[in-house]
Design a protein. Structure first.
Length: 103
């Protein structure tokens, strides 16, 4: 998953792997500033998305000197529309807007 700011800057992505444990060789091949996560189905989960927001996206915004609050536009995937994410984003001053629904 990639995130882009309105000025065109790209935030580091998170890569989701289907392993129970991500092999060390693969983990070491991913740039240190990127996110790496595990999901049995290779899909984004609420937990992975919250970790991405807290550990990659928010620090990226801070490092760019972005003034909060900000708006984050997401698709309607269920991992992006949870109470846990709402609480986190409220704390971080990120307003999440879903653009569409996924079925």
């Amino acid at each position: 998953m990639f995130s882009f700011s309105a000025n065109g800057k790209k935030c580091c992505p998170v890569i989701v792997y289907p392993y129970e444990r991500i092999p060390e060789k693969i983990a070491q091949s991913v740039p240190a500033e990127w996110g790496i996560a595990q999901s049995d189905r290779e899909w984004m989960t609420c937990e992975i998305f919250c970790e991405y927001i807290a550990n990659i996206f928010h620090p990226f915004l801070v490092s760019q000197g972005v003034i909060f609050p900000v708006v984050a536009f997401v698709d309607g995937h269920k991992s992006h529309l949870t109470y846990q994410l709402s609480v986190l984003c409220n704390k971080l001053k990120i307003e999440v807007i879903a653009l569409s629904k996924c079925y």
